[in-house]
Design a protein around this ligand. Structure first.
Ligand code: MG
Ligand code: ZN
Length: 220
């Protein structure tokens, strides 16, 4: 019985995700669902992405958190449209929450929406939001064993961004082994190595985002 309840919740979510998708298509908006554990640098990556791409793309942000507006405040300081979703304890965003948030964004004036999911490596993957791309951020201090512990997210994402690579000299994080492991699980995944502190690798990441946005515009 529990299983069928979960299936009902997921299929209701999928229907609303499809409606979100239609809205994004109508406005030619590329949407990225950014997932990671807490403290890996999701907000910092969003801020870096805004700085790098704002001259070519009109960017909006949806910030998902269990509580508080601290991340949304940092984004708002960049003068881009941002909506805060406080999930009130729920450990992931879902399509209905995004649908409500979209009512507060100027969709006709946006090219790219970055969604910061709640810090969690498990259930965000199960709830589609209508996004184009799922991206996982893995920070080097968290260790290189995440793919063993959370295979679901590594199988589901289009890209994995390794953040805080400026700290690699002080850590036991084997980048080559991590890359090989992730590619073995998900051969099509894109891998990026960045530091949101130093800016290293950000250009490669944002070039990919901008390419993916262009691909979707031309209806692939
Ligand atoms: Mg954050
Ligand atoms: Zn959850």
């Amino acid at each position: 019985m529990k299983v069928s309840v979960v299936q009902d919740i997921l299929s209701a979510n999928d229907q609303l995700a499809m409606q979100n998708r239609e809205l994004f298509d109508k406005h030619d908006i590329c949407v990225i669902n950014l997932m990671a554990s807490p403290g890996s640098g999701k907000t910092s990556l969003i801020l870096r992405t805004i700085d790098a791409l704002r001259s070519q793309l009109r960017i909006g942000v949806i910030e998902g958190d269990i509580a508080s507006t601290v991340d949304a405040d940092r984004v708002a300081a960049k003068s881009v449209p941002v909506v805060q979703i406080n999930t009130g304890g729920q450990c992931h965003l879902d399509a209905p929450m995004i649908q409500r948030a979209l009512k507060q964004l100027p969709l006709a004036d946006l090219d790219l929406i970055l969604i910061e999911n709640v810090g969690n490596l498990v259930c965000p993957v199960a709830f589609g939001l209508g996004e184009d791309l799922k991206v996982m951020l893995a920070s080097a201090p968290e260790g290189d064993d995440k793919p063993y512990k959370y295979p679901g997210i590594f199988l589901a994402v289009d890209a994995v961004v390794i953040n805080k690579v400026d700290l690699l000299p002080y850590l036991r994080f084997d980048v080559a082994a991590f890359r090989e492991l992730v590619r073995g699980m998900n051969p099509d995944v894109r891998l990026f190595e960045v530091s949101c502190d130093t800016g290293e690798g950000i250009e490669e990441w944002t070039a990919w985002v901008s390419q993916e946005r262009a691909k979707r515009l031309h209806g692939s």
